[in-house]
Write a protein that binds this ligand. Structure first.
Ligand code: NAD
Ligand code: DAU
Length: 342
């Protein structure tokens, strides 16, 4: 397999490239990444100069960059996206551009070669919208409710339309919330871990009762390899773990694992349109591809906290840069108005 991994310098992409380089030594990997605020080339510096590894800085919306990067590739895994729901509420434009138009540019280049094997579009369980009861199956209607999830739904629908219309071998995965090393500290788990280390407040949205299904990133990577090797074109696979937790439960686990003071928690004004719960039915992936997740939340959160403890240079350099202005804009008013709960 000669893979193009777009967005390979982001959180899941970094873990996925490392997973492939270590466990599929015969595969070649080209990373195409724009290096937005969320991407870091140095995450993968250990592979620079390795046979079969190539890094190209470029935008998936740029046909020239995509042509160069896809040359000789038999498969594409498209991680490249704008990914943070709060940023999509603040300004959706880059989400529509990258998460929809970028997918079109990739698909147009991909379909020029008939011999290519798989275009794997990485989507999200957020396309189902908030699920009050039960679990979303792959055939359920889509009901995205944020600019982020609407853009991701647009991207995956466009990808599937290339399967139907042009016979392009597209497969889509819809994963639940990932956590683990190298996650940019804007997302709940790395934000709260790093804030806890710095004795900063932990801004919990609303009543803290929103539920997510937490998937350790290596388990997501093993699912994606199973899909690349045995998944069927034209099919959609949910990926999740069934480890449903409220945000309050996640916060408590982080406080315990970091040893932080529980008084740091603040209930702040809720996210606009905040989806209450996501939960996916993963029986198709288990039944058809024999995949199962291996990391329970207690083990995964402890490994994640340890990684952030041991890699403080990584996240401190992020938090001391433009992130400061982002944090001030998104949180200072919320925190000023917050109610102290403990
Ligand atoms: P991330 O924000 O950490 O990384 C995104 C990467 O894409 C960055 O390296 C960034 O530089 C790159 N990128 C952004 N715009 C680009 C463009 N126009 N051209 C090229 N590169 C570009 O994201 P992540 O959390 O690793 O998510 C990766 C993928 O998985 C996304 O498609 C996301 O929607 C999906 N997903 C994420 C989760 C999760 O919990 N993190 C769950 C389900 C699905
Ligand atoms: O479900 C998959 C999705 O998971 C991915 O597609 C997205 O790319 C990824 O960002 C993630 O989306 P969420 O919005 O669920 O993740 P986030 O970490 O932003 O928030 C998780 C929960 O924590 C959510 O209910 C909002 C809450 N939260 C988040 C932040 C950043 C807080 O309470 N406080 C916060 O400061």
């Amino acid at each position: 397999m000669n893979l193009l991994v777009t967005g390979g310098a982001g959180f899941i992409g970094t873990n996925f490239v490392r997973y492939i380089m270590n466990r599929r030594p015969g595969w070649a990997v080209t990373v195409l990444d724009k290096l937005t605020y969320a991407g870091r080339r140095e995450n993968l510096s250990e592979f620079e100069g390795s046979p079969g590894y190539r890094f190209i800085q470029g935008d998936i919306c740029d046909p020239e960059a995509v042509r160069e990067a896809m040359d000789g590739c038999s498969g594409v895994v498209n991680f490249a996206a704008e990914t943070h729901v709060d940023r999509s509420i603040d300004d959706p434009s880059s989400f529509v551009k990258t998460d929809v138009e970028g997918v079109r540019v990739l698909l147009e280049e991909f379909r020029k070669e008939d011999s290519r094997k798989m275009f794997l579009q990485i989507s999200t369980d957020e396309v189902y919208g908030s699920v009050e009861n039960g679990r979303s199956g792959e055939g359920d209607p889509l009901c995205p409710r944020s600019p982020y999830s609407a853009s991701k739904a647009g991207g995956e629908l466009l990808a599937m339309s290339y399967f139907t219309t042009f016979g392009v071998p597209v497969t889509v995965t819809r994963a639940s919330n990932n956590y683990g090393p190298y996650q940019y500290p804007e997302k709940l788990i790395p934000l709260f871990i790093t804030n806890a280390f710095e004795a900063e407040k932990l801004p919990l949205y609303g009543d803290g009762g929103n539920m997510r299904d937490w998937l350790f990133v290596d388990d997501h990577c093993s699912a994606l390899v199973a899909v690349l090797e045995r998944g069927r074109p034209g099919h959609i696979y949910n990926v999740g773990d069934g480890q449903e937790l409220t945000n309050t439960e996640v916060t408590t686990a982080i406080i315990e694992a970091t040893g932080a003071d529980g008084n740091l928690v603040r209930h702040v004004e809720d996210r606009l349109g905040h989806d209450r719960r996501y939960a996916v039915d993963i029986s198709k992936l288990q039944r058809e591809l024999g995949w199962k997740p291996e990391t329970d939340f207690a083990t995964g959160i402890s490994a994640t906290v340890n990684w952030y403890r041991e890699n403080s240079r990584w996240w401190k350099s992020i938090k001391s840069g433009e992130f400061r202005e982002y944090y001030r804009k998104m949180y200072s008013e919320k925190l000023e108005n917050s109610e102290r709960i403990r």
